[in-house]
Design a protein around this ligand. Structure first.
Ligand code: DHB
Length: 308
């Protein structure tokens, strides 16, 4: 009787209603509707697509990914079929009642707006603006390092799309809270914190960088303390909700991010290390934590660590 039944994992994320606060991070398994459906069937609150661009892209040549101590470094180079090609996958997911967040990037304000419009009309429930890929210099890349660009792009997207907009920021900046405030000024509904941390690896025998792109983005457990600090700093400065991302591998990580100020989480590298079961594991861990600490909803503990 009673038990866990009175506890709710549901969250309203700036207008996006999700049954659980745990999502997949963009780029991990997001390339096809069937894979995203598996993420959903395993208990994710919503699924996030791979970042879609205005045109098809092959991405960088291999090697594009390697495992290092406590994490993964990747420089895929934003490979994707182009958003138009992907619209049917979104429609397919919507027919199956999956909550879909479409991640996208572009190079110009016009392209950002066109992509946002198309993705919205395909039925996506929310958009996630990837302003923070560390691996494509000069083009869609590191717009997230510039306050004005972040505000302008966010504003342009919000002008053409009314669905909730998550703006995903980069940890590779001096003051992430300033950038988050720029996104909030531009009309962002939520901040995703954070994308990968710029990193590299060198092979001592070959005496060369391992990745073709030389540098790549570090994710996984090594990123977690950095991502947690980013969520903390952002939550001190903005009012919009935060989606924590970066090294979330288990329920305890998830709870730490929520206490730091996140209303939801994205899981990336752990999908590789733990598998699809990571969503139900984190869901039941959060549920037990809430019960043991006599809370009834996730919302009650968001940002609690700031109040001590
Ligand atoms: C890539 C994109 C990202 O946003 C990221 O964090 C890491 C890698 C990429 O496709 O290269």
């Amino acid at each position: 009787m009673g038990g866990l039944t009175s506890i709710s994992l549901a969250v309203n994320l700036a207008g996006l209603s999700i049954r659980s606060p745990v999502l997949n991070a963009s780029g991990v398994l997001g390339m096809s509707a069937p894979l995203l459906k598996r993420v959903w069937d395993n208990g994710a609150g919503a699924v996030v697509t791979k970042s879609l661009g205005p045109q098809p892209r092959d991405g960088h040549r291999n090697p594009t990914l390697l495992e290092v101590d406590c994490g993964i470094i990747n420089a895929m180079g934003l490979p994707n079929p182009g958003y138009e090609e992907f619209l049917n996958q979104i429609r397919e997911l919507k027919e199956q009642k999956v909550v879909v967040v479409a991640s996208f990037f572009a190079s110009t304000i016009k392209e950002f707006a066109e992509s946002a419009r198309a993705l919205t009309s395909s039925g996506a429930d929310a958009l996630e603006l990837n302003l923070s890929c560390p691996n494509v210099e000069g083009e869609p890349g590191m717009c997230a390092a510039d306050e004005l660009s972040v505000e302008q792009v966010t504003h342009a997207v919000k002008s053409v799309s009314k669905i909730p907009l998550l703006v995903k920021l980069s940890p590779n900046v001096t003051d992430i809270a300033l950038i988050a405030k720029a996104a909030e000024r531009g009309g962002a509904d939520a901040i995703t914190s954070v994308n990968t941390l710029k990193a590299m690896a060198i092979d001592a025998d070959f005496k060369r960088p391992i990745l073709t792109n030389i540098t790549g983005g570090l994710s996984g457990p090594a990123l977690k303390p950095v991502a947690l600090r980013c969520v903390w700093e952002i939550s001190e400065e903005v009012k919009i909700p935060i989606v924590g991302c970066g090294g979330v591998s288990n329920w305890r990580d998830a709870v730490e991010f929520i206490l730091a100020g996140a209303s939801a989480l994205e899981v990336g590298s752990a999908l590789k290390s733990v598998g699809f079961g990571v969503f139900s594991d984190i869901n039941s861990g959060i549920e037990k934590y809430l019960k043991n600490n006599e809370y009834k909803s996730v919302g009650e503990i968001v940002g609690l660590a700031h109040k001590g």
